[in-house]
Design a protein around this ligand. Structure first.
Ligand code: MSP
Length: 511
């Protein structure tokens, strides 16, 4: 049976335009999805926008628009950005979609009927910026840790989800499923949080102070708290409760988020699923934060990095490569344009770009681009084949651990092996000896074979570049149909294949 994987990004708030942080999560999800396709999995990949709540109402007011006009406009900015970054999502979800509203009401009713939602009064410190209540312990010097302002004390009647009931179950689940929340540091963070008694979760807001939300099916005077609404997007997107997509993909769902939203995903979400009688997710994959020139990216600092500006300046693949190569998944990283330029010039223009152009140039110069029949392999040829196999194995292992930088290091290790092979076999010297024609043909065959493997390996990271190289290699089979388990079978390129010239794939950029 074909294996499946369902990958999600957070659904982004529409109170900000797409920036580097959003782009990173979405590119990572895309690379992962494409990689699993290479492994032969059937994949489903979803991203979207989170559109309810007070913040959106405020932002719409500031823009002199209705919430509907405003959310339509910003959501389409996200929808239009992703194709430009070669994001291959299968579905884009909006929490204002009718389908999502219906699902949420269905599920709220289900949890309410089961007795896990109750009505009660609560007094607490409410931060309007975060749109949530804080308890004393969570405040720093009496202020919201995020917005650095003192929250307002609010006493209100609201609906509550019995989250505390599922605390012991959640602790047990995390402990018996080591990769449930990963990397480990975030798993430990959630477990540390669970050492204190879990409070029930306030899941409603009175319409008297917030209208822009999904009405509770059992009380018309209230809308649903944004997080209780947003998290269910992951189910709406696969058509819960009765679609074939849901049955096929839900059991293999993996979420991808940054550390800022660990608590809702690590605590609220699994307990909400448990209360709904739905199997919880397979993995919560948590990455760190991009800082800009060593400081936090923020509107007030005026240092918001726009992904499309970078794409226009350096090309989509250089941008994607940089993001995946520079950040260790799980840790924070620093973004600077000069670091991006360095990577582009050294790894892409120098290592990969030069290898491709020198190899194709030789094939054209010595054999008019026609791939020759290889002779029996010598030791040095066998070593290249072994290096290819090792690279494929290493990339496969690292990708499954989300160690994207290490997977790229393994690919670049193989690029060095090919360069070394070229230097040691010295095709230019062989070309001068008439009796070495066959050997020269064999050497070039091996170089082209190695390039074929490189092309498939970089495909998830840099789909555009891979397609260009694939065309130049003259391979007739579809690049998208390649599978990792057989790409290292040496000898796939057929003799007589015609390779062609390629314009420099990564022109150097001046610092
Ligand atoms: N709407 C909620 C998520 C609901 S999911 C059911 C939300 N939206 S957000 O627009 O604030 O997006 C947060 C996410 O954007 C982070 O978890 C991360 O994926 C991405 N990033 C935002 N800023 C980031 C950085 N500076 N660095 C890396 N990723 C960051 O929270």
């Amino acid at each position: 049976m074909t294996k499946t994987i369902y990958i999600t990004t957070p659904i982004y708030y529409v109170n900000a335009e797409p920036h580097l942080g959003h782009a990173y999560s979405t590119v990572v999800a895309d690379v992962l999805t494409r990689f699993y396709r290479l492994l032969g999995y059937e994949t489903y990949f979803v991203t979207g926008t989170d559109e309810h709540g007070d913040k959106v109402v405020q932002a719409a007011k500031a823009a002199c628009e209705t919430p509907k006009e405003y959310t339509d406009r910003i959501s389409s900015l996200f929808q239009n950005t992703w194709p430009e970054l070669d994001i291959s999502n299968d579905y884009f979800i909006r929490t204002t979609d009718e389908k999502h509203k219906n699902l949420l009401q269905y599920i709220l009713q289900k949890i309410y009927d089961a007795g896990d939602i109750y009505f009660g009064e609560y007094g607490g410190h409410y931060c309007f910026g975060c749109e949530r209540f804080y308890n004393e312990k969570e405040l720093i010097d009496g202020k919201c840790p995020d917005h650095k302002v003192a929250p307002q004390f609010l006493k209100e009647e609201n609906y509550f989800f019995k989250m505390s009931k599922y605390q012991d179950w959640l602790i047990e689940h995390i402990q018996s499923h080591p990769g449930f929340i990963r990397p480990e540091r975030y798993r430990n963070e959630v477990l540390a949080f669970l050492r204190d008694p879990l409070e029930d979760l306030c899941i409603s807001r009175p319409k008297s102070r917030l209208e822009w939300g999904i009405t509770l099916p059992f009380d018309n005077n209230y809308v649903t708290y944004v997080w209780f609404d947003a998290l269910f997007n992951y189910l709406t997107a696969v058509g819960y409760p009765d679609s074939a997509l849901y049955y096929k993909f839900w059991p293999s769902v993996q979420h991808l988020i940054a550390k800022d939203i660990l608590k809702p995903h690590g605590i609220y979400w699994p307990t909400m699923l448990k209360a709904s009688g739905i199997e919880t997710y397979q993995h919560l994959n948590v990455h760190g934060y991009w800082n800009i020139d060593e400081s936090k990216m923020s509107k007030s600092l005026g240092n918001i990095v726009k992904p499309l500006t970078l794409k226009d300046k350096y090309g989509v693949d250089a941008f994607r490569y940089f993001l995946l190569r520079e950040m260790v998944f799980g840790l924070d990283a620093n973004f600077s344009e000069s670091a991006l330029i360095n990577r582009l010039n050294s790894d892409l223009a120098n290592d990969l770009g030069n290898l491709v152009s020198r190899s194709l140039t030789m094939a054209i110069k010595y054999f008019n681009g026609v791939v020759q029949k290889p002779e029996e392999a010598l030791e040095i040829d066998k070593k290249l084949q072994e290096d290819a196999l090792k690279a494929v194995q290493e990339v496969t292992a690292q990708m499954q651990e989300l160690a994207f930088n290490k997977a790229l290091i393994a690919i670049w290790g193989f690029i060095s092996s090919i360069n070394k092979y070229i230097d040691e076999t010295s095709p230019w010297s062989l070309s001068k000896k008439e009796d070495q024609r066959k050997r020269l043909g064999t050497v070039l065959y091996n170089i082209i074979e190695a390039l074929r493997i490189i092309t498939v390996l970089i495909f998830p990271f840099m789909p555009n570049t891979a397609k260009k190289i694939w065309v130049a290699l003259g391979i007739k089979e579809d690049l998208c149909a390649q599978r990792l388990k057989n790409i290292n079978e040496w000898g796939s390129i057929k003799e007589g294949t015609m390779v062609s010239k390629i314009v420099p794939i990564f022109p150097r950029v001046k610092q």
